[in-house]
Every structure is written in structure tokens, then in C-alpha cells.
Write a protein that binds this ligand. Structure first.
Ligand SMILES: [Ca+2]
Ligand SMILES: [Ca+2]
Length: 209
């Protein structure tokens, strides 16, 4: 009798034990996420700017015309710019006057849309540090590096306001690029005269630090 009771107890114990193993009372979720420093995004809101005809060896500014880019991301950004293509395959100068045969200069400043128009001398808004090259350069402020920003020249250039430069651009804000173009002194291929040249400038956002 004692033995039988002992066996029953053992069987119950095993049943209770197995019930604890197979009755699922908890589980896990797997939530996957990747954390980055901030969400970056830009949209080119005005893509094209046509300087039309420019005589060889002379320069123009874009006047009241500009391209525009908007911060569509979630964090403040700085912009960097470079020339990534030119359809007629000329070479690019690295200072405002650095032109030659098949060699042009394109410079830009961030500014108010009418930034050049309110300057007595629109050309004075551009300095050598505003020349676009084939290497990325990050925009600065008018009082900082001056890169892609108009610096004040008494009685001539109007400085780029901080709210319009390519630095620390808040989400939802749009900024304008105004341009200076200095034409090649001559073209080795005379068939290229009056042919349309398309210069591609690539704008890249980096998170403002
Ligand atoms: Ca400058
Ligand atoms: Ca700014």
C-alpha cells in the first residue's frame, strides 16, 4: 500500500512537471531598428538656370535668377557642392579669372533671392572662395570661411545673411544659389560656339554639427 501511494505520487509529479515545460506562458517580440545621427534629406526646388548667350572671354552673373534647394529632412544641415559634369567637356578654373581655351569658371553664392540685385556691383558678391570645382567644398558663412557666401564689400557687395547661407539650414527651409560664369577665352572646336553647354552641380546635405 505504501509502495502504491509512492508510485502514484511519482506519476503525478511527472505529469505536473511536463505540464510546466510545455504550457507556453510567455514569448518574445523582435523589434528591429537602426539608429542614425539624424534624418537627412534635400529636394532641389529650382533645378535649372539658363545663362543664355555669353561672349567668349566675358563673364555674367545670374542676376535675379537662382537655383533653390530645400531641407526636407528632420535635422539642420550644411550643404556641400561640386561640379560633376559639363556636357562640352571643358576644364574648370579654380579662381574667378582662371579661364583659358576650353576652360571656364563657375562660382556660386547662397544669398537672398534678390541678393545680387541689391548689390551695387553684383560681381563683387563673388570671390575666389566661391568658385565651384570638381571636389566637394562645404558652404561657410559670410563671416566665417566665406565659401559660397557673399562677403560684405563696402558700397558694392551685400553679405549673405545667415538665414540664407548654406550653413545650419533648418528643416523646411529653402535657400537660393546665385551664379557667376566666366566664359572660356576661346574654343578649340569652333563647332561648339553657340552650342548649349550644361554644367551639372551636385548638392549634398551633411548634418550640421
Ligand atoms: Ca565668398
Ligand atoms: Ca544659416
Amino acid at each position: 500500500m505504501k509502495n502504491t501511494l509512492g508510485r502514484i505520487f511519482c506519476m503525478l509529479s511527472v505529469l505536473a512537471f511536463t505540464k510546466m515545460v510545455f504550457a507556453v506562458t510567455s514569448g518574445t517580440y523582435s523589434i528591429k531598428v537602426k539608429v542614425v545621427e539624424g534624418q537627412l534629406g534635400i529636394t532641389i526646388t529650382t533645378e535649372e538656370l539658363n545663362l543664355d548667350y555669353v561672349v567668349k572671354g566675358t563673364s555674367v552673373t545670374s542676376g535675379g535668377a537662382s537655383t533653390a534647394v530645400k531641407n526636407t529632412g528632420a535635422v539642420n544641415i550644411d550643404l556641400k557642392l561640386k561640379i560633376t559634369d559639363n556636357s562640352l567637356h571643358w576644364s574648370t578654373g579654380t579662381a574667378l579669372g582662371d579661364t583659358g581655351t576650353d576652360k571656364f569658371v563657375l562660382a556660386t553664392v547662397f544669398h537672398e533671392w534678390n541678393g545680387l540685385l541689391v548689390s551695387t556691383n553684383p560681381y563683387a558678391c563673388f570671390q575666389d572662395d566661391d568658385v565651384l570645382t570638381t571636389g566637394d567644398q562645404t558652404a561657410g558663412t559670410a563671416t566665417g570661411t566665406g565659401i559660397f557666401a557673399s562677403e560684405f564689400v563696402d558700397g558694392q557687395a551685400v553679405a549673405t545673411p545667415e538665414g540664407n547661407d548654406g550653413v545650419d539650414i533648418a528643416p523646411g527651409t529653402q535657400v537660393n544659389n546665385l551664379f557667376f560664369f566666366n566664359a572660356p577665352t576661346s574654343l578649340s572646336n569652333s563647332g561648339q560656339y553657340a552650342q548649349e553647354q550644361t554644367i551639372t552641380v551636385t548638392v549634398t546635405a551633411v548634418q550640421h554639427q
